[in-house]
Ligand binder design. Sequence first.
Ligand SMILES: Nc1ncnc2c1ncn2[C@@H]1O[C@H](COP(=O)(O)OP(=O)(O)O)[C@@H](O)[C@H]1O
Ligand SMILES: O=C(OP(=O)(O)O)[C@H](O)COP(=O)(O)O
Length: 400
Amino acid sequence: MTDFRTLDDAGPLQGKRVLLRVDLNVPMEGGRVTDATRIERVVPTIREIADAGGRVILLAHFGRPKGKPDPKDSLKPILPTLSEKLARPVAFGEDCVGEAAAKAVAALNDGDVLLLENTRYHAGEEKNDAEFARALAENGDLYVNEAFSAAHRAHASTEGLARLLPAYAGRLMQAELDALTKGLESPARPVIAIVGGAKVSTKIDLLENLVAKVDMLVIGGGMANTFLHAQGKDVGKSLCEKDLAETAQRILTAAKEKNCTIILPADALVAREFKANAENETVTVDAVPSDAMILDVGASSIATIDGAIDEARTLVWNGPLGAFELTPFDTGTVAVARHAAARTKAGQLVSVAGGGDTVAALNHAGVGEDFSYVSTAGGAFLEWLEGKELPGVEALRAKG
Ligand SMILES: Nc1ncnc2c1ncn2[C@@H]1O[C@H](COP(=O)(O)OP(=O)(O)O)[C@@H](O)[C@H]1O
Ligand SMILES: O=C(OP(=O)(O)O)[C@H](O)COP(=O)(O)O
């Protein structure tokens, strides 16, 4: 990563206001952080800057609040976990721009840490609006991007800001790119990818390029339902983006052309309520009751996926196979994660997984330490794998 400026190039940080873009989009339940991996991975950089006398101003997004404040997407509930992991106090600014931000920043002493409220509370963030980026830049002397997992977004705090201030890659940004390059630049074949999760519309397009890069593609989670629908199956009340059926068809055709084997669930665990221990049954994907939702892959699908992993030498995985936060709909994700971990430990597989919820799912399965590499990034990791340039990374090149 020699074409980046890194923290090593930033000069003395004493007294400098450092706008540090991090990804705090962590899994939460009942107002509490349920997986702190993304926080833990940025702690060393925050400490490093603060210990050098810098004033750390954390910029981050949470959820998708559509450009206006929404209390359910506040970063405030993350503060206790952030402060605990950092083992130091963290101040909070009620807005990331304007008077509230300026006041909070002005109150900082050298070595202090401040978290500003969700950047996505402003429409200018996702539009990468120049004026909004300038408003963010007003509070900093330099910019450090540590949010590899949001680097596929050309937003004001991930891209625009890097063009306004001296910009540097943070330690995690560097480490992620180094690890992925080392692990996956020329992967041992066959390569299997598992893509699941719930962010169907923002991730489906990248599958078209992915099928050219991998030998087998397992489509699970909410993502699978759109494909099952595209194949003419009734998915009942399942999470499904019906208007993406054509895109799904196109991906299936591209896979055939590229000789990539697509593995879709053949059976599923369905329920009528989205809650833990909801009454459930296993059905084939041709027989999903119209009032039920697919919440996990079934036993026969798990066996097929495990068998495919046995044939592979490299696995890349983003997106849980089911609603793993709710038992028993964690069964598929846990079983496949443990199988991949065992193959990895036996030296038969290189396994790379990433994504906020995917990491939480691996930790839930007790195998977070057993994969070859666990990235904080999901969508960004897949786009990197596609060979796409990531706007957040590109904006850092040759800046400083
Ligand atoms: N069949 C399904 N129906 C509804 N939600 C699902 C299903 N399968 C997976 N999910 C949800 O997908 C979410 C994770 O998706 P996503 O954000 O794309 O993953 P990541 O954060 O790892 O990139 C989890 O909260 C999980 O409950
Ligand atoms: O959680 C994230 O990505 P991921 O779900 O792909 O791991 C990032 O914070 C990006 O969030 P976004 O997909 O709402 O832009």
